[in-house]
Write a protein of this length. Structure first.
Length: 353
């Protein structure tokens, strides 16, 4: 037994298609717990720190049509048992019937293409969750500078600080806090603070309009809930509470309960992540859903919860949902972590594909 997951010989073939940075952590976590599983890892780019973690490294084509043929060829050649869609869940979901006809079990993060469309559009996601009665951070659609100027004049959320973010995007790209107390020196010196004067942002929108969300800025703790979900039913999770450079890996609480209900409404399936934030202490609000593993999915191993390995056990038919839930509760131990940057020596270039 390794990493809390019992394994048997000749455990199957698992393929991790191109993902985000956490693809490396997923590969290492699965190999540590399931050494008998043959692991394929693929990417479009020269990401040797990721590709070197598998038994077989594959380079994916960049062309969409070539990729479809490549996926089918690899499934046949290597008798792939399980395929994780990585960063292209929606693309794979649209080809589910075809790929599963080849004998592979596909994991995309959802069960329908429409679920991706809802999760990817943060305004539609917020509206859908609010209509379902779940607490969400309120949001207002901004299409152009005039919309933002009017909102600043009328204060739709009351006397609170405001922030903006793109309707679509990952890793918090484009998120800014509107703060008229900062000047050029502050903006340049504190890029991590993401503060910008509202007049500057108005000028940016005048020159380059884009769909945005305007929201009240919630300065409370952020929560990131990493989950293994089976057709909308959350089987286990790790709740991470972020405060400064530290993260508390906690037993399930209000944030987890809310994330589970969100996953049910979205019809999630696989390894997914729900983001929340506190407007006031003890009252989390939904921010967004990511139908893919988060960048911090590997942090759960420090607390005894190897989510990637539990996912592999489920997909390979080794663990049933009830056993996964029992093991997650049995092995978890709360603790505080500090994520660190590490240097990874790169293996020589090479690999198939």
């Amino acid at each position: 037994m390794a990493g809390g997951l019992e394994v048997t010989p000749r455990g199957g073939v698992c393929w991790l298609a191109e993902g985000y940075a956490s693809q490396r952590d997923m590969a290492l976590a699965i190999k540590a717990a399931c050494p008998d599983v043959r692991l394929l890892v693929s990417h479009r780019d020269d990401r040797r720190e990721i590709l070197g973690c598998g038994d077989i490294a594959l380079r994916e084509p960049r062309d969409e049509e070539e990729r479809a043929a490549f996926i089918e060829e690899v499934i046949r050649r290597h008798a792939v048992t399980v395929l994780h869609a990585g960063r292209r869940g929606r693309w794979f979901e649209g080809r589910r019937a075809r790929l599963e006809s080849l004998g592979v079990r596909l994991s995309t993060g959802a069960c329908r293409e429409a679920d991706f469309a809802l999760a990817d559009n943060k305004l539609q996601f917020s509206t859908r969750m609010r209509e379902a009665g779940l607490p969400v951070v309120p949001a207002l659609s901004i299409e152009r500078a005039e919309d933002l100027r009017e909102a600043l004049r009328t204060s739709p959320f009351g006397a609170v600080r405001l922030c903006v973010k793109p309707v679509q995007g990952v890793y918090g790209q484009g998120f800014r806090i509107l703060d008229d107390s900062v000047g050029l020196r502050d903006v340049l010196a504190d890029t991590a603070g993401r503060r910008v004067p509202s007049a500057w942002y108005l000028r940016l929108l005048e020159e380059s309009p884009e769909p945005l969300l305007l929201m009240p800025y919630c300065g409370g703790d952020e929560y990131s809930v990493d989950m293994l979900v089976r057709q909308g039913r959350a089987l286990c999770s790790v709740q991470r509470r972020k405060h400064g450079p530290l993260q508390d890996l906690e037993a399930p609480g209000k944030a987890t309960e809310l994330a589970y209900e969100c996953a049910r409404l979205l019809g999630c399936d696989g390894l997914v992540n729900i983001q929340l934030i506190e407007a006031e202490k003890g009252h989390p609000l939904l921010l967004e859903a990511n139908l893919r593993p988060s960048g911090g999915i590997g942090y759960g191993l420090a607390a005894g919860c190897n989510l990637p390995a539990l996912w592999a056990g489920l997909m390979l038919g080794r663990l049933d949902p009830d056993e996964i839930a029992r093991r997650a509760v049995r092995d978890f131990r709360p603790l505080t972590i500090r994520p660190l940057t590490v240097a990874v020596p790169l293996p020589p270039a090479g690999g198939e594909g």
